[in-house]
Design a binder for this molecule. Structure first.
Ligand code: CU
Length: 208
């Protein structure tokens, strides 16, 4: 083998190593779980939370608090999924005082405060996810929202069309579940790999 041939082989080996490392990176990247949730008997299939029940490892809450606003006499978002340990910033954007309380789990009443002010509540733990906290306002009984505390960050909320997409899921086998204020369905098994999205659809029956 002359020097030139040897160089070509080295070059080829180098290119092969580079392309293999790219394949390796793709395999290590996260996968996607996506699909549609249909909630029977309600006008909109929005605000269903689809989540992995239990993922291996521990997941620290985000450094930045999650936000729930009270605006135009409504909580926004209507449904807020968070990881256990997350602090939620409750803001009042209305010119009228609002209150925030929840009768669920450890229960809290954050008081009543005027426009532009915030109060925080830390959803410190959740032994058995999902830990659901209805958010209510004593001043306006029609106001209602939900904080849904989960074990891991692999969750998504459905849009008006009922569609959801959970991204960056480590490849593996999981049980994927759905929570909705007015519907119920059994969890489903899913196997996630990076090559193509796993599709999981749910049809929710009425809870009562
Ligand atoms: Cu209110």
């Amino acid at each position: 083998m002359n020097r030139r041939q040897s160089f070509s082989i080295e070059l080829l080996a180098g290119l092969l190593a580079v392309s293999l490392s790219h394949v390796g990176m793709a395999a290590a990247a996260g996968g996607v779980i996506e699909g549609t949730v249909k909630v029977t008997g309600v006008a909109s299939s929005a605000d269903a939370v689809v989540y992995i029940q239990q993922a291996p490892g521990t997941f620290p809450p985000p450094a930045k608090p999650a936000d729930m606003d009270q605006r135009s006499m409504q909580f926004s978002p209507h449904v807020l999924p968070v990881i256990a340990g997350t602090t939620v910033h409750f803001l009042n954007s209305d010119p009228t005082p609002h209150n925030v309380f929840s009768p669920d789990n450890e229960k809290y009443n954050l008081g009543t405060w005027p426009q532009g002010q915030t109060k925080d509540h830390a959803f410190a733990k959740c032994v058995k996810a999902p830990c659901v906290y209805v958010q209510l306002c004593r001043v306006h009984p029609e106001m209602e929202a939900y904080v849904v505390v989960l074990q891991n960050p692999f969750f998504a909320t459905t849009g008006k069309d009922g569609q959801y997409k959970i991204e960056n899921v480590p490849p593996g086998s999981y049980s994927v579940a759905v929570w909705h204020a007015k519907g119920k369905s059994q969890p489903k098994p899913v196997t996630v790999d990076a090559a193509k999205p796993a599709v999981v659809d749910f049809v929710l029956g009425k809870t009562s």
